[in-house]
Design a protein around this ligand. Sequence first.
Ligand SMILES: [Zn+2]
Length: 209
Amino acid sequence: MNSRNYDICPECDLLIDLAQPKIGEKIHCPRCDLLLLRPRKQSIERTFAYSIAGFILFFPANFLPLVGITLLGNVNTGILMSGVIALFTIKMWPVSIVVFLASILFPLVHISLSLLISGHLYFNHPNRNLVRWMRWMHHLDEWVMLEVYMLSIIVACVKLMAISPLELGWGLYAFISLIIITTLISSSLDKPLFWQRIEHLAKVNPHVR
Ligand SMILES: [Zn+2]
């Protein structure tokens, strides 16, 4: 079968007749030069591996202390959630909710979805929810903002360092690794390929739909 594959450039709305690019090849919009397709090598395998790593890292990043500070002889440690609670107790509810969603809940859901999707594709396991999961993940993309939280941690650390020596905790290292892993997940996840494989799985297993 040699079906033609048309697509619309999201930037300039040009209708483009897309040829299937090879791995390593890039397809740009002929009018505005936007990068449209860039098939990633071993996308499913890599996304699956990074998602497992990210899922495991999520727990130390959230439950181990990020920093420790000694004040008047007492050692205080802070985990990710304590920032959210601190904001909540000083009545900054909207900020605390946004921080909770963007730095804890959405990243967890996003990693779980990419783990579920890439796992099903890796094992060629059909599931009627794959399309729904892909859609949810697509919507979450712009809501995962770990870097923003990282910046605020750095600012807080610099301010605290003026008062007392700081000890960096394992949670902080796990959190930094989690940021790197989420970046790797989004760079390895080849959406057109994932959609293609989901479509193919549904075609060969019509009873699952
Ligand atoms: Zn264009």
